[in-house]
Design a protein around this ligand. Structure first.
Ligand code: TYM
Length: 332
């Protein structure tokens, strides 16, 4: 059986990186796999979240998933905190994973920054919870952006160690699915940094809630270089900002970067940016309209999450029971 699990944090706005690196791929995978898509609110609180904002962001991300084309009837869309087994399995994985493994996680280093001593234990153990998310459903495939690759390797290590420690083959080793022209969308202001919700500059990212004018303005102000566009993707080497914009164009238009460059070779960025802005508005506009409509219908969005959580709980329960037996917890 092929089963997909993936997640997105309800912290701040969904942005173009989330959409092109992950969510858009999820839409295309839903026909071939049984899928669970999770709004990972337990992960969100590894950094402080204002409670009302967390609630609003949970609804917004859910609306974004549905608006992007994920069918909540066919797939399971739910928020992590409502299925207690995620936290339960994460605890067990806290006892499987080694400190040395977590010490290597680059995301922790980036997020904790210079103040490591002040970071929450949750931020440190974050990858164990992510492993629990995936393995709780014994998912076989995990579609994510490039930045999650290291966490997926850790998930595989945890699954393998658990299987080895208890002489079982209970957990499958899940495969990452990282594909498309935009597996790592970069900041519009700095081609060496990934586009992120936590970047203090709003000009660095395109939010799924930005208006057409804002999208056009941000693309116009995006950093580029003085050279004209080359005729193949190879010619973009060493030109991070140019490569990023071409990659975004290719992903939005569902063609390769080489194909985009055939159209724009030799031109400067002014005309290219104008066309990129038009393309982005044309592709994102309908999703944004639907997202706004859904955000005005919180009853429906809440119902989707409630229904999804119930279905997820049903799938999670037998795993937890089996894990308890494997570990030797006496089931009362
Ligand atoms: P999060 O919320 O940071 O991002 C959600 C998804 O968007 C992708 N992504 C990007 N892709 C391309 N370019 C970017 N600039 C960019 N920024 C984000 C991410 O790779 C991700 O696929 N730890 C995860 C959430 C999570 C999860 C899971 C994912 C929790 N449990 C289990 C998969 C399976 C995260 O913080 O994603």
């Amino acid at each position: 059986m092929k089963r997909i699990f993936s997640g997105v944090q309800p912290t701040g706005n969904l942005h173009l990186g989330n959409y092109l690196g992950a969510i858009r791929n999820w839409v295309n995978l839903q026909n071939d796999y049984e899928c669970l898509f999770c709004v990972v609110d337990l992960h969100a609180i590894t950094m402080w979240q204002e409670p009302d904002e967390l609630r609003a962001n949970t609804r917004e991300v859910t609306a974004g998933l549905i608006a992007a084309g994920i069918d909540p009837k066919k797939n399971i869309i739910f928020n992590q905190s409502q299925v207690a087994a995620h936290a339960e399995l994460a605890w067990i994985f806290n006892c499987v994973a080694r400190m040395g493994w977590l010490n290597r996680m680059t995301q922790f280093k980036e997020k904790a920054g210079k103040h490591k001593e002040n970071a929450s234990i949750g931020l440190y153990a974050y990858p164990n919870l992510m492993a629990a998310d995936i393995l709780l459903y014994r998912a076989t495939h995990v579609p994510v952006g490039e930045d999650q690759k290291q966490h997926l390797e850790l998930t595989r290590d945890i699954a393998a160690k658990f299987n080895n420690d208890f002489a079982t083959d209970f957990f499958p080793l899940p495969e990452p699915l990282i594909f498309g022209e935009a597996t790592r969308v970069m900041s519009l202001k700095d081609g060496t940094k990934k586009m992120s919700k936590s970047d203090p500059s709003d000009l660095s990212r395109i939010n799924m809630t930005d208006s057409a004018e804002e999208i056009a303005k941000k693309i116009k102000k995006a950093r580029t270089d003085a050279e004209p566009l080359p005729d193949t993707a190879k010619g973009l080497e060493g030109r991070a900002e140019a490569a990023n914009l071409v990659g975004i164009y290719a992903a939005l238009d569902e063609v390769s970067s080489d194909e985009v460059l055939q159209q724009f070779a030799g031109q400067g960025f002014a005309g290219f940016k104008q066309q990129l802005a038009d393309l982005a508005v044309a592709k994102l506009g309908p999703i944004q309209d639907e997202m706004r409509r859904l955000m005005g219908d919180t009853t429906h969005v809440d119902q989707v999450l409630k229904d999804g959580s119930e279905r997820a709980r049903e799938l999670a329960e037998p795993t937890i029971r089996e894990v308890q037996d494997i570990i030797g917890f006496l089931r009362a």
